[in-house]
Structures are given as C-alpha cells and as structure tokens.
Design a protein around this ligand. Structure first.
Ligand SMILES: Cc1ncc(COP(=O)(O)O)c(C=O)c1O
Length: 439
C-alpha cells in the first residue's frame, strides 16, 4: 500500500477517479479478507498501562491501619482526609482547604458529574428554589447546556437523559469560542452550564489557553446563580512529554473573580490506575461541596475507603503521581506517534482530512471532507476496524457536517494501531474518491 501523500484534484478526470477507486477498493477487499478484528472505539488504558498499578493488588492488612478511622466500616461520606488532600492537589486545591473543598467518592468522575447535574436539575444543587426543572416548568422554556464540540459523548448523554437541551459551541484549538459562549449566556438565562474538558480535550486534544480559562471563570457573573462551569479535568496529568502545554488554574481565576461556588472540577484515577476500580473526586467552594455532600448523603453511607487508602499508599503525592504518569506516557506516546505518522504520510498537503496532534490525553480527532464520517466508519467496520460511531462527538449523535471521527489508539498494541491506521487511511481515501465520483 503506497504511503505517498494522496492527492485528489478537484478537476480530476473520471478516468483517474475510476482508476484510483479500483485500486482503493481492491485494497479494501484485501483488508476484509484479512479478517481483522481491531478496536479503536473507546479511550481505555491498555493492559501494559494497567500493569503499572498492580501494586494496588498486593496490599496487606497493615496497609489499611488508620489510627482514627476503621476503614472497613461505614462512614466518612466525603472521603478520607488524606485522599482529599492528594486528589485536591491534582485539581489545584491547597492541602489546607482540601478538607472542606474536595469530595472523594465512588470509582468514577462521570457518576459524580451525573449526580451533580441530577441534583441541580431535580433538587437544586444549592437551594430548592433553584432547581433547573422548576425554572423550566415555570417559564415553559427548555433548560440548556453549552457543549463545546466535538466533545465527550457521555457528557451529552447525561444532558439527554435529563431532557436538558444541548447547544453546540465551536472549539478554537485553545478552548471554546468565548465570544460565542459569552453572547449566548448573556442572551439566555436558561443556559445553566457549560461542559469543559480543559486539558487534552476529548477528542480534540486541545488545552484551553490561560485567556480562555480566565474568561470561563468569569462566566458565572453573566449568568444566573444556578449556572455551573463543569470542569472535567479527566486528563490533567496525561501529557506525553514534559513540553506539553500546561493548564492555567481555574481555581485561582475563580477565586479572583469571586465565582468559585459555580466552578465545579472533576477528576478520577480511571486513567492513572485501574479504570473502573479507581477513585472519583471533585472540588469546588466549601459551600458547593457541602451542598453536594448533603444531597449525596441520601444515596450513600460512604464510599470504598479501602480503595482510597490503597490509592493514597500507592500514589502518595503529586510528585510521585506525576512520576507514575510518566510511565503511562512511555506506553502511550508511540501509539499517538504511529497515528500521527500515518495521517501525515497519507494526507499531508491533501484536503481529505484535518486532524489534531495532541500532546496528551487519549484521543485524536479527525475531520473528513463533509458528509463522509459515517461512510468511513462503516467502511472501517467492514474491514474489521471498529471506530467510535460517527456523530458521537456531537449532541444527540448529530454531527451537522458528518465529518468528525474520534480515534482512540490507547488500548490496542502498537502493531495493531499501525494496522488499524492502514485500514483507516484507505477508508478515508476510498470514501473521498467515491464522493468525488458522484459530484
Ligand atoms: C472527558 C472524560 N471525562 C470522564 C471520563 C470518564 O471518567 P470516569 O472513568 O472517571 O468516570 C472520560 C472517559 O473516557 C472522559 O474522556
């Protein structure tokens, strides 16, 4: 299979299109005959990454001794003090204030986000009269959420479940387009929040600029009291190199702006230790965490403190967590280099695709020519390469231009990533040529 950049001239003759089609189709048939079974659908850590945390499995009863708390029993709803300190520092919260400003619970940040929205919608996070649903019922208007796109499909499904209307907002490469965000919020009091994945965004990989962070921290000033910036910092420590762009502290910006009550940060160890057997955490102002805790107390008598203690023992502090994440980066970086190389080799200087070159996180975002994402994903599936469904990166699964595809190369081994990319680039070319033949 040729790896020279592929050109598709706007004035290509039907003969040259037919000939390109024949070659690409033949290659596609060969891939089908190979009977591949490769999966680039979800951002899952690979087995080698999971192995990095196997020490978590090797605990002894002494590891769980605590002079004040019997970790085996109920209680301590909002997390062990040391867990709050550790995970608070990962979100930029000072150790001194972590006790009041951090909540550690469960094994997933997504469930903490889901709870937050559920409480805000049905009960009012801070006060009953501020429940979104009540406001919606009284005004007869939809409650709305701003969704920078392309974005994380599960943020969108939470909104969908609650009947919250999603308003797509473009991303700029340095975060959401803030002129649009501010204009929308000023014009519509029914907009109650904005989803943000500020570092190595899912799927574009972009890092919000300091100016964007500052403007986001100011947003609550233009909005109603029950408006929240949902700061899903899932990939805060997931850089591939030390040179990757850092993220300005929303903590500091919010403190300066006096908006901390309405800025809620989330994170988890899902992609640091064991996905699904890690720890979820969140941080906000003392008042907001207290409000969340009060609601959460109806749902739980306390989280798994044994797992919290295991994580404290294993990760210890910010510095050693960063060292641990450097080991993840050694495994991840070559896979992302393989994706970047395949795209570069085949599509540089062509207009068949535009893609992100993330310096961390779990995803690469690829835009086909408009109208081709679904087709490419279907062709890849035919050839044994599963990709995230086209459209998943937009609210209600609807990519208006049908062009965005999320590539998630973390789970397969490098050889499989290379193979999957050969299939993928051929599918993009094939779909693009077919489209050109129909025009
Ligand atoms: C942006 C983002 N947030 C949250 C999650 C899920 O995290 P958790 O496992 O902590 O629920 C993911 C997983 O892919 C993600 O990409």
């Amino acid at each position: 299979m040729s790896s020279a950049p592929f050109k598709l001239d706007a004035n290509a003759s039907s003969e040259s299109l037919n000939s390109a089609y024949e070659q690409l189709h033949a290659q596609h048939q060969k891939f089908i005959a190979d009977g591949l079974s490769l999966d680039l659908t979800r951002g899952k850590p690979s087995t080698k990454q999971l192995d990095l945390s196997n020490a978590l499995l090797a605990s002894t009863p002494e590891d769980f001794l605590d002079s004040t708390i019997d970790l085996r029993n109920y209680g301590v709803l909002d997390g062990l003090p040391k867990a709050k300190q550790l995970f608070g520092t990962l979100l930029g919260v000072d150790e001194e204030t972590a006790e009041q400003r951090v909540f550690v619970g469960g094994n997933s940040s997504l469930s903490l986000m889901h709870y937050t929205l559920w409480f805000a919608h049905h009960l009012g996070l801070h006060a009953k009269q501020q429940a979104w649903r009540k406001e919606g019922d009284e005004s007869g208007e939809h409650i709305k959420m701003l969704c920078p796109c392309p974005g994380y499909d599960r943020h969108f499904s939470v909104c969908e479940q609650l009947g919250v209307e999603m308003i797509p907002v473009p991303l700029t490469g340095a975060g959401p387009d803030m002129d649009i965000v501010e204009a929308l919020i000023k014009a519509d009091p029914n907009i109650k929040g904005i989803w943000c994945v500020p570092r190595f965004s899912n799927p574009t990989g972009e890092v919000y600029s300091a100016a964007t962070v500052a403007r986001l921290a100011e947003l609550p000033k233009h909005a109603s009291k029950n408006f929240y910036v949902l700061w899903d910092n899932a990939y805060s420590l997931h850089a591939f190199t030390d040179q990757a762009p850092s993220l300005a502290s929303i903590e500091h910006a919010a403190e300066a702006a006096g908006t901390l009550d309405q800025i809620i940060q989330f994170g988890s160890t899902s992609k640091m230790t064991f996905a699904g057997a890690g720890i979820g955490y969140m941080a906000s102002s003392e008042q907001t965490i207290a409000a969340f805790r009060k609601h959460f107390a109806m749902a739980s008598i306390g989280s798994d403190k044994l797992n919290q203690q295991r994580h404290i023992n294993f990760l210890s502090d910010l510095a050693s967590t960063k060292d641990h994440m450097a080991l993840h980066a050694e495994i991840m970086a070559p896979k992302f280099e393989a994706v970047a190389k395949a795209l570069h080799d085949h599509f540089d200087d062509s207009d068949l695709g535009v893609w992100s070159n993330p310096q961390g996180g779990y995803f690469v975002s690829f835009d086909t020519r408009p109208g081709l994402a679904k087709k490419v994903v279907a062709l890849a599936a035919e050839a044994g390469v599963k990709l995230t469904p086209a459209g998943a990166t937009f609210p209600n699964g609807n990519d208006p231009e049908d062009k965005n595809i999320r590539l998630a190369p973390s789970f397969p081994e490098i050889g499989e990533v290379n193979k999957a990319m050969q299939v993928f680039v051929n599918c993009v070319k094939l779909a693009s040529v077919e489209q050109a033949m129909q025009q």
